[in-house]
Design a protein around this ligand. Structure first.
Ligand code: SF4
Length: 353
């Protein structure tokens, strides 16, 4: 759905721009070296916008140095402390994420909004099922989609009353059906860009499943301008998961897609190990490639006709194929080095095109 355009540093979101991948550091923001190192790892994985927690003014003072050492837009995440928000803006934040309801009253909100206006940066406001007010929860009988909508509209109106419209909106729940319903409804009520997320999604396995179902459903509906997969753990994993969700929805072509068969009684080589190894080997390749890893020559090449390159297992050997056609037979132990070599060769060729 068409939304307005908002600029976060050099990255534009909304208005049909590609859906961008966000993540959030889990270092202490005052630890500039550690935070910058983590952001570099996130950048390398494909993160396009990064957010850091700013719990106090001291953390906000780190922003300038962090920003000078990274090349993607930097967002400040602030709760309760208007001074920290203003300090983060003054120290180069490209966007701030606040909850106007907990920033300390109208005067403080106006001060934060004025600082954002002066710096020409947007503000993300959202509703989160875990921090809805008692009144809203009582009125709606719990953290329902309607409760989230009421809360987020109130937050939007607070900014609009302060004559601020450079807004990004999020409306998160850890309950997937509630989350999807809330985003579908808010998408009809506002045209501010939407930041997709499932809150407190859990450790890697469940976080990826919940996020893929919720964000996948929304993206296929045409809803969403930027996303963050929340994982309890290494944020680099969030970026890989976000990339895979966008690829699976067909809205992002970059990066390698591994097509691997589930194996069956025909398979006689260790396909799982080969598939995992190739996935790791290719995870930072950004050009679009499809690599098939199939258990046997009976159905392998045919099943993976769309793949740029592939391997089909045989007894003690492997057949290397390209676009469904077998091009070479290699010994089982040479499959991985040979496939890696061919992938690098193809990447080099594509980079020259
Ligand atoms: Fe079985 Fe071969 Fe199909 Fe893999 S490609 S599932 S081994 S038939």
């Amino acid at each position: 759905m068409k939304t307005s355009e908002v600029k976060i540093g050099t990255v534009a979101i909304g208005n049909g721009n590609p859906i961008t991948i966000q993540s959030m550091t889990n270092t202490d923001t005052r630890d500039i070296k550690g935070t910058v190192a983590q952001i570099h790892a996130l950048e390398e994985a494909g993160c396009e916008i990064v957010r850091c927690a700013v719990p106090d003014v001291e953390s906000a003072f780190s922003f300038r140095k962090i920003k000078d050492s990274i090349s993607i837009p930097l967002v400040a995440d602030i709760h309760f402390d208007a001074q920290a928000a203003i300090a983060a803006i003054e120290n180069g934040a490209d966007k701030i994420r606040i909850n106007p309801g907990n920033i300390g009253g109208r005067e403080k909100i106006i001060a934060v909004v004025d600082a954002a206006k002066a710096a020409h940066i947007p503000i993300r406001v959202g509703a989160n099922a875990g921090s809805l007010s008692k009144d809203v929860l009582q009125k709606h009988g719990g953290p329902t989609a309607e409760a989230l909508i009421e809360s987020v509209l109130e937050n939007i109106h607070i900014l609009e009353r302060a004559k601020f419209n450079d807004i990004v909106v999020s409306i998160k729940s850890s309950n997937v059906p509630v989350c999807v319903e809330a985003y579908r409804k808010i998408a009809k009520l506002t045209n501010y860009p939407l930041h997709l997320g499932v809150t407190e999604a859990g450790t890697y396995h469940m976080a990826v499943i919940k996020s893929a179902i919720a964000m996948g459903s929304l993206i296929l509906d045409g809803i969403g301008d930027t996303l963050r997969v929340s994982v309890t753990g290494d944020p680099v994993q969030e970026v890989y998961a976000a990339r895979d969700i966008l690829k699976s929805c067909g809205v992002r072509k970059s990066g390698v897609e591994i097509i691997s068969c589930p194996t069956c009684g025909r398979c006689t080589i260790n396909i799982e190990k080969i598939a995992e190894s190739i996935e790791k080997f290719t995870q930072n390749i950004s050009i679009p490639l499809k690599i098939a890893v199939m258990g046997c020559a009976v159905n392998g090449p045919g099943e993976a006709r769309e793949a740029d390159l592939g391997i089909a297992g045989g007894r003690g050997e492997g057949l290397l194929f390209s676009h469904g056609k077998v091009i070479k037979k290699v010994d089982e132990f040479d499959i991985l080095p040979e496939l890696r070599r061919m992938i690098l060769e193809l990447v080099e060729e594509r980079n020259k095109e």
